[in-house]
Design a protein around this ligand. Structure first.
Ligand code: SF4
Length: 88
């Protein structure tokens, strides 16, 4: 099957379109048991991650926004125990 772009198709750069962005909301998922409470995620994206001082486990405390998305992605990739993942 071949897809032919429609005349005027502006699919390149489509991620800059506000409507497109609103349909690409992402969520962070944590597998809490293996978390060691190191605080790396909280340090990188404190709006979204917090280490609970009583349980010493990470908690998700905020939503991923266009403003903090890069920091959240950095935190997910930097997680010491690799227990963070992204869900679309
Ligand atoms: S970086 Fe990973 S292991 Fe460290 S506190 Fe955050 S979720 Fe837990």
């Amino acid at each position: 099957m071949v897809f032919v772009p429609l005349e005027g198709d502006d699919s390149e750069g489509v991620e800059d379109m506000p409507l497109f962005k609103s349909h690409r909301k992402i969520h962070v998922v944590i597998d809490r048991d293996p978390c060691i409470g190191c605080g790396m995620c909280e340090g990188l994206a404190p709006e979204v991650f917090r280490v609970n001082p009583e349980t010493l486990k990470c908690e998700i405390i905020g939503e991923v926004t266009p403003e903090n998305k890069a920091d959240v992605m950095d935190a997910v990739q930097s997680c010491t125990m690799q227990v963070l993942s992204i869900k679309h």
